[in-house]
Design a protein around this ligand. Structure first.
Ligand SMILES: [Zn+2]
Length: 466
């Protein structure tokens, strides 16, 4: 059914499903919780890394592993899989550039209550000024029985703001808006009163505004007192909800598209790939791995450069010999958002390899291997595109321009698995509020679903190393 010009109801519904996902996922902790619930609702079984995998796995069944509550690996075991067979993998990241509360955040100046923040990742920081900001993250709470348990918290209200300086006091603001990240980029959370100046808790704790700790504890539940909060990691986010935009609803205006956009598409494509009988005949394991910490270089216990994916693959393989053999019959798609051509800055883009919104997933190419895409991968993804009828485009950065990178090169180097970089096109990447095309979500789900459904067959026919 054609609803909006060439936009199908399926495409629009997929974008609406994304809006729900991103609006409920202000932090990587929420991304992982929402993905875990989604996988679970489709019959996936939770597997603790503390368990012995070997005795638990069954062909035809699906599982997921979580690390630090901020990275997640989900997989579906093919009906014909046996240890030593390959993996078809899509890898994404759960984090986005943001501002994070400092370990001691309590600040005040000129009658204002402020919170100290650190920048996380390479954000376009000026885009965070004059926005209504909310707060979310994870909180470690001491329960009555002495256990210390993680709670996710999402204070979904306009709580904070970083105001600009009035134009009357800075006539140069339109020509060059620059600011000091330590002194001029501190959010306001309220006005001081007599109480907030004096207030401390019984233990003399002064690290955070007591009113903020009370708000966090109330948000978690009636049982939780501010004193029972042991520690937290809280990040700021745009309070405004993601929504469809543009004259024909052809745009999605949203925070965190990079990379919740491809994290969402990858999870939906894995489930979509299970809708026919192809898993029964699949001799591979289909994997979607979503990692924290890409925006700060992926080096952490749960980032893409950790042993998370490697250890899961190795444990599924059963033996070192099997592991090295199956790396050679596997393939990895690194799925991260891509740059669409910007009409106001078209000269910043290469003239004939510049993707457009709503024209399909972008295969990213870079001769210097900032992206992993090569002929081997293009052959596989072009075939998946043909089978699914999902359009694909290509991106190459200008030779006189810098180029981004992804977790693709890191994962390829660590595992030796042939890898390709792709992602949906978008504008304003790393802004507090980004935008992309409404139709590209469904295109990428179709493309990646076809990759999962047909990889084991393609792998046997596409000969690179004998
Ligand atoms: Zn990204």
């Amino acid at each position: 059914m054609q609803l909006y010009g060439k936009m199908t109801a399926t495409a629009k519904n997929r974008a609406l499903e994304f809006l729900k996902f991103v609006n409920a996922s202000p932090t990587p902790y929420h991304v992982v919780k929402n993905l875990a619930e989604y996988y679970k609702s489709h019959g996936f079984q939770y597997l603790s890394e503390k368990q012995d995998f070997g005795s638990l796995l069954e062909a035809g069944k699906s599982y997921y592993v979580v690390r630090n509550q901020s990275s997640i690996v989900a997989f579906s075991v093919g009906g014909k899989w046996k240890p030593g067979n390959g993996f078809s993998i899509v890898a994404t990241h759960t984090d986005s550039p943001t501002l994070r509360l400092k370990p001691k955040s309590r600040k005040s100046a000129n009658g204002y209550m402020q919170v100290g923040v650190e920048q996380y990742g390479g954000g376009i920081w000026h885009s965070w000024f004059d926005r209504d900001l909310s707060l979310a993250g994870r909180v470690m709470v001491e329960e009555k029985d002495g256990r210390i348990v993680q709670h996710n918290v999402h204070i979904d209200r306009p709580l904070l703001r970083i105001p600009t300086l009035a134009i009357h006091l800075d006539r140069t603001a339109n020509a060059s808006f620059s600011f000091n990240l330590e002194t001029e980029f501190t959010p306001l959370i309220g006005l001081e009163n007599e109480l907030s100046k004096e207030e401390t808790f019984e233990n003399g704790e002064k690290a955070h505004h007591p009113a903020l700790l009370s708000l966090i504890s109330r948000e978690i539940g009636t049982e939780v007192s501010p004193e029972s909060i042991v520690d937290f990691e809280l990040i700021l986010g745009d309070y405004e909800k993601a929504r469809l935009g543009g004259i024909h609803e052809e745009f999605v205006f949203s925070p965190r598209l990079d990379n919740q956009g491809m994290t969402f598409s990858a999870s939906r494509s894995l489930i979509s790939s299970l809708s026919d009988k192809s898993l029964e005949n699949d001799d591979c394991i289909r994997v979607v791995a979503s990692f924290d910490h890409e925006e700060i270089g992926s080096v952490s216990a749960q980032g893409a450069e950790s042993n998370l994916l490697l250890s899961v693959l190795e444990r599924l393989s059963g033996s070192t010999e099997n592991f090295y053999r199956c790396m050679r019959t596997s393939f990895l798609v690194s799925a991260d958002m891509a740059h669409a051509v910007h009409p106001n800055y078209a000269s910043k883009y290469e003239s004939i390899n510049s993707p457009e919104l709503n024209k399909g997933t972008v295969l990213k190419v870079n001769a210097n291997q900032r992206y992993m895409t090569n002929s081997h991968g293009i052959t596989i993804l072009k075939r998946a595109a043909q089978l699914s009828k999902a359009p694909v485009q290509v991106f190459v950065a200008r030779n006189d321009s810098p180029c981004g990178s992804t977790i693709g090169p890191k994962l390829a180097a660590m595992t030796g698995i042939p890898t390709l970089d792709l992602g949906n096109p978008m504008l304003s990447m790393h802004s507090c509020r980004e935008m992309c095309g409404t139709k590209d979500f469904e295109y990428s789900v179709q493309l990646l679903s076809a990759f999962f459904q047909n990889f084991s067959d393609m792998e046997k026919k596409i000969i690179v190393d004998e």
